[in-house]
Design a protein around this ligand. Structure first.
Ligand code: AMP
Ligand code: GLY
Length: 426
C-alpha cells in the first residue's frame, strides 16, 4: 500500500518512518514534508500546499494511494477529512465538526461542561470589558485563552491583573483572527501536565502510552512556551489506576458527547491534562491530531504496525485491535534554532546526524530542508533526537549522547528532558 502524510514536522517524519517499518507499506508521500522525509528511503516529498485538497486528491487518485494521514490541525479544521470522505477516499483524522474540539476552545469547553468532564472552571466572553471585570472578580493567577487556532500562542497564564487585561486586549484587537472574537477565561491549576493521545474510530477509544511534553523553552520549565522542546513516554505519573480513570471520566464521555452531536470522529483524540496535586486528572485542552513531539517518543515504542491501527480507525474496527508496546521508555530531545520561540535564523548547515544515529538514536527532522544536497535548518524546531532504553535513564543518556554529535550554528536544546520522571526537581 502507498500512504500520503500531510504535514512537515517531526511528527510527520516519525509517522512516515514508522509506516515504512512495515513490509506492506511500499511508499510514503509527504505534503510538503521536510529535509528528513526527502532523504528517508521509501519516502518522497510533494510540493503541494496542505490546504490544496484538490491537488492532493488528484495525486492520490492518479497514484493509487490507499490512505491519507493528516498531521496538523489546520487542514482538519478546514475540512480535509470531509472532502476526502465525500470522494470515498480513506483518510485518518476527524471531520471539520470534530476538529472543533481543538479549533474552538469555547466549543470544547461547552462540550466538557455538558458531559461532566473534569476541566477547570471557565467563562466565555465576546466582550473585552466583561472579560476584564470577570478577571477582577476571580483574581489572579488566571488563564486567558483565545478561542480559535493560534499556533500555541493564544494562551496566557496571567500572574497580574495587568497581564490578564493586556492578553484580553490583544485577543480583541484581532491578533488571533478578527471573526467572531471570543475569549475563554479559565481557573489556573497547578500540577503536572500529561498528554494522552488516544485513537478512536468513533465507537471505541484506545489511549496510547501516556507522554509528557516540555513546553517551556528553558530548563526547569522556565521562560516562554514553545511548540514543545522534548517529550518522554511512558509518563510514570499516569499509573494504571489513573489511566483507568482517564478512560472512564474523560475519553469515553468525550467520545459519547461527540456521538451525541452526531460527529463521527475517526482519528486521534489528544487530551492535554493537568494532574492536580491531589491526583485528579483535568482537561486543559483537546487536540484533534497527534502531538508533536509526543508522537516521536510514543511511536518509537509502538510494536503493532501503525497502519493496522490507523486503518482500523478509518474502517471502524478498532475494537478488534490490540495495541502492543515494546518494553522500556523513550525520550525525544528537540534541537532548536537559537532565538526560538522568538526570531531566529534559518539556513544553517547541519552536520553529525549519521554519528548521532550511530549512537542508537533516531533523528526525526522538523524544520530542515535539503538545499543543493546540503541539509540546512528551516524552522524553529529543527530536529527531534529520539532514543529508547530499558529504563528512562538509559533512554535519556542515549538521546543526549546522540544530541552531542549534532552541530549547527546557534543550536539550542534543554538538557533536562525526562528528568522530572526520575524524581529531579524542575
Ligand atoms: P492549552 O493550549 O490550553 O493547553 O494551553 C497551553 C499551556 O498553557 C498548557 O500546556 C499549560 O501549560 C498552560 N495552561 C493552560 N490552561 C491552564 C490552566 N487552566 N492552568 C494552568 N496552566 C494552564
Ligand atoms: N506538544 C503539544 C502539541 O502537539 O500541541
Amino acid at each position: 500500500m502507498k500512504v500520503l502524510v500531510v504535514g512537515n514536522g517531526g511528527r510527520e517524519h516519525a509517522i512516515a518512518k514508522k509506516l515504512l517499518e512495515s513490509t506492506r507499506i511500499k511508499q510514503v508521500f509527504c505534503v510538503p514534508g521536510n529535509g528528513g522525509t526527502a532523504t528517508t528511503q521509501g519516502c518522497q516529498n510533494l510540493s503541494l500546499n496542505i490546504d490544496d485538497f484538490q491537488g492532493i486528491e488528484r495525486f492520490v487518485m492518479v497514484n493509487n494511494i490507499g490512505l491519507v494521514i493528516v498531521g496538523p490541525e489546520l487542514p482538519l479544521s478546514l475540512g480535509i477529512a470531509d472532502y476526502f470522505q465525500q470522494k470515498r477516499l480513506m483518510i485518518f483524522g476527524p471531520t471539520k465538526a470534530g476538529a472543533q474540539i481543538e479549533s474552538s476552545k469555547s466549543w470544547a469547553k461547552e462540550l466538557m461542561l455538558q458531559a461532566g468532564i473534569p476541566t477547570p472552571k471557565a467563562a466565555v466572553f465576546t466582550d473585552a470589558e466583561a472579560a476584564k471585570a470577570y478577571v477582577l472578580e476571580q483574581g489572579i493567577p488566571i488563564v486567558i485563552k483565545a478561542d480559535g487556532l493560534a499556533s500555541g500562542k493564544g494562551v496566557t497564564v496571567a500572574t497580574t491583573v495587568k497581564m490578564a487585561h493586556s492578553a484580553i486586549n490583544t485577543i480583541f484587537r484581532g491578533e488571533f483572527g478578527t471573526d467572531n472574537i471570543r475569549v475563554v477565561v479559565e481557573e489556573f491549576l497547578t500540577g503536572q501536565e500529561v498528554s494522552i493521545l488516544a485513537l478512536t474510530d468513533g465507537i471505541t477509544v484506545e489511549p496510547l502510552l501516556p507522554a509528557q511534553d516540555h513546553k517551556a523553552i528553558g530548563e526547569g520549565d522556565k521562560g516562554a512556551n514553545t511548540g514543545g522542546m522534548g517529550a518522554y513516554a511512558p509518563a510514570p505519573i499516569v499509573t494504571p489506576e489513573l489511566m483507568e480513570r482517564i478512560q472512564e471520566e474523560i475519553l469515553e464521555p468525550t467520545l459519547a458527547a461527540l456521538q451525541k452531536r452526531k460527529i463521527d470522529y475517526r482519528g486521534v483524540l489528544y487530551a492535554g491534562l493537568m494532574i492536580t496535586p491531589d491526583g485528579e486528572p483535568k482537561v486543559l485542552e483537546f487536540n484533534c491530531r497527534f502531538g508533536d513531539p509526543e508522537t516521536q517518543a510514543v511511536l518509537s515504542l509502538l510494536e503493532t504496525p501503525l497502519e493496522d491501527l490507523v486503518l482500523a480507525c478509518c474502517q471502524q474496527r478498532l475494537g478488534e485491535s490490540s495495541i502492543r508496546w515494546k518494553s522500556g521508555a523513550s525520550v525525544c530531545v528537540v534541537l532548536a534554532s537559537g532565538g526560538y520561540p522568538g526570531s531566529y535564523q534559518k539556513g544553517k548547515v547541519i552536520t553529525g546526524i549519521e554519528e548521532a544515529e550511530a549512537q542508537g538514536a533516531e533523528v526525526f527532522h522538523a524544520g530542515t530542508q535539503l538545499k543543493q544536497q546540503q541539509l540546512v535548518s528551516d524552522g524553529g524546531r529543527v530536529l527531534g533526537v529520539t532514543a529508547t532504553g530499558e529504563t528512562l535513564e538509559q533512554a535519556i543518556s542515549k538521546a543526549y549522547a546522540a544530541v552531542d554529535c549534532i552541530q549547527f550554528e546557534g543550536v539550542y536544546c534543554r538538557r533536562d528532558i525526562g528528568r522530572r520522571a526520575l524524581g529531579d526537581k524542575n
